[in-house]
Design a protein around this ligand. Structure first.
Ligand code: S3P
Length: 449
């Protein structure tokens, strides 16, 4: 058995046979976090089905419990939240530790900004490097006070506003986390809170607020983009949640199936909310054979089964306005691009530098170590594919970044020599069953002593 205090190296190598099978993708991380947070702010009991039971979400569950909500696991992927109502959370007795998740940190700071007590928020070595001033700046305008480390970093002490003032805030970066933090602060603020988003970002917060009975309006904004308005101090009513499969997790078996010759894989119940499907659009432009079957709406979110067949890919030019709809998928898209025929240019990736790690640099350096031709120009990542996978044979540092770890393991399924990562433990933050699921499909990952 692996000792969880020690790094867990892992390597991907070419499977002997094509990948095949039908698998269910674990629950969406964004939706899971929000279901716990909004469930805690609703009146009554929320039942959540399909919850992602990854470390990030478990940390959010613990935080909401520490703030006074009843949060309980009642079965496999099934959870129950007894909410306290908007404004009903209470001072936590200890630090809130949100683990690896920037989403949890930022959304939680939004909620805490309009609760009249002081709380202390921290997280792991990755999230403590990430900029939080992108939320503390707008949240201060509501009247919240923050004490942060240098550069607006965690740990952060937040004292929520006693008499919050509603805000109209234009997002300076295309971030669903910042949008959500402001909307959540607006929940316990009298009057209307508005967010202008020049570029469209994932809309799970707005959808779920509506599902719980809040008044949320989304309309086109004159200058382009959207204007989102939430009416403050509604009574949120508990409502059942069905969490769709996470398209950002599905991305890894999708690309694996495209790259291993002869593969055919079906992934069931994957979220296809249009604010999340940039990867599917990009892969389609690269010639991928991915069919959306059985499209339906579950719990207010569109889902589909995805049937993926292996085949040759060609390079593509990925426009910057697509970035928010596939922001977490660039590392795995870059792996696909390195096996494609021709140049793939992924434009406008500044935000990749401030994810769980600097994914722009990490992707470029890791691919170069595997023998791919790759450059960074400004905020663009350019991968020159030769029509065959790069050689592989490198060990990549995962740097507390689950998606980087999974992306390079998947590349190893296509390269001549295996691709290793130094530590696979980080994968549990978003996709604890990753290796088991890939194994079911026929992928080989070997632990290295
Ligand atoms: C998320 C939004 C994205 C994404 C993150 C989850 C969310 O971050 O990278 O993994 O749940 O709102 P940004 O909105 O900051 O780009």
């Amino acid at each position: 058995m692996h000792n969880s205090d020690a790094p867990a190296p892992l390597a991907g190598s070419r499977p002997r046979k094509p990948l095949s099978g039908v698998v269910r993708i674990p629950g969406d991380k964004s939706v899971s976090h929000r279901s716990l947070m909004l469930g805690a702010l609703a009146v009554g009991r929320t039942e959540i089905d399909g919850m992602l039971e990854g470390e990030d979400v478990l940390a959010t569950a613990a935080a909401m419990r520490a703030l006074g909500a009843g949060v309980e696991r009642i079965g496999e992927r099934r959870w129950r939240v007894d909410g306290v109502g908007i404004g009903g959370l209470g001072e936590p007795a200890d630090m809130l530790d949100i683990g690896n998740s920037g989403t949890a940190a930022r959304l939680l700071l939004g909620i805490l900004a309009t609760h009249d007590f002081t709380a202390f928020v921290t997280g792991d070595g990755s999230v403590r490097t990430r900029p939080m001033n992108r939320v503390t700046d707008p949240l201060s305008r509501f009247g919240a006070r923050f004490v942060t480390r240098e550069g607006g970093r965690l740990p952060i002490a937040v004292t929520g506003a006693r008499d919050p003032v509603p805000q109209t805030y234009r997002l300076p970066v295309p971030s669903a986390q910042v949008k959500s933090a402001v909307l959540l602060a607006g929940l316990n603020t009298p009057g209307e809170t508005r967010v202008i988003e020049p570029e469209i970002t994932r809309d799970h917060t707005e959808r779920m607020l509506g599902h719980f009975g809040a008044t949320v309006r989304t309309e086109p904004h004159e200058g382009g983009g959207k204007l989102i308005t939430v009416v403050g101090q509604p009574e949120l009513r508990a409502a059942p949640i069905a969490v769709p499969g996470d398209p950002s997790s599905a991305a890894f078996p999708i690309v694996a199936a495209l790259l291993v010759p002869g593969s055919e894989v079906t992934l069931t119940g994957v979220g296809v909310n249009p604010s999340r499907t940039g990867l599917l659009d990009s892969l389609a432009e690269m010639g991928a054979d991915i069919a959306r079957l059985n499209e339906r709406v579950e719990g207010g979110e569109p889902v589909a089964d995805l049937r993926v067949r292996a085949g040759p890919l060609r390079g593509a030019d990925i426009p910057p306005e697509r970035a928010p709809t596939m922001i977490d998928e660039y590392p795995i898209l870059a792996m696909a691009a390195s096996c494609a025929n021709g140049r793939t240019r992924m434009r406008g990736l500044a935000e990749l530098r401030v994810k769980e790690s600097d994914r722009l640099t990490g992707t470029a350096e890791g691919l170069a170590a595997c023998g791919a031709k790759v450059t960074i120009q400004g905020d663009d990542l350019i991968v020159e594919g030769s029509g065959a996978p790069p050689a592989g044979g490198a060990t990549i540092q995962s740097r507390l970044d689950h998606r980087m770890a999974m992306a390079f393991l998947v590349l190893g399924l296509a390269t001549k020599d295996p691709v290793a990562i130094d530590d696979a433990r980080t994968i549990a933050s978003s996709f604890p069953d990753f290796t088991a699921l890939m194994d079911t499909l026929g992928a080989r990952f070997a632990s290295r002593p």
